[in-house]
Design a protein around this ligand. Structure first.
Ligand code: 5GP
Ligand code: ZN
Length: 111
């Protein structure tokens, strides 16, 4: 937990969100400003700042996030033909929340 981190607070339910999935490692919730019919944010419960700043010790967590994305996609008929995962890493990539997160997008065809 990092103080004043909005995603740590969401994972700890100190800030409300529409939860989609949770286990001991990750938390997933609807994005407040969706860019697709399905737009889910998947975060590790551990506070990691960004993909720019990970090491091998995060390997299991980061792998787990991809398995969870696949698992969540199966809950939505809108993603039966595919989905997109995006990670914005750092300011130049458009990262605005500095707790690593993956956008899971679906329900439309992406260019
Ligand atoms: P980034 O731009 O850092 O890759 O993505 C951050 C995402 O978090 C944005 O899509 C934004 O809409 C979402 N977001 C920011 N604050 C909140 C919040 O308080 N609740 C929810 N559900 N999503 C948020
Ligand atoms: Zn955090």
């Amino acid at each position: 937990m990092s103080e004043n981190c909005i995603f740590c607070k969401i994972a700890k339910k100190e800030i409300s969100s529409h939860k989609i999935y949770e286990d001991e490692v990750v938390f997933a919730f609807e994005d407040i400003n969706p860019k697709a019919p399905i737009h889910i944010i998947i975060i590790p419960k551990k506070h990691i700042v960004s993909l720019c700043d990970v090491s091998c010790k995060e390997e299991q967590i980061l792998g787990h996030i991809q398995i969870v994305a696949s698992k969540i996609s199966k809950q939505f008929k809108e993603m039966k033909n595919g989905f997109r995962i995006i990670n914005n890493c750092g300011v130049d990539a458009g990262q605005t929340v500095f707790h690593i997160h993956y956008h899971l997008l679906g329900g439309r065809v992406f260019e």
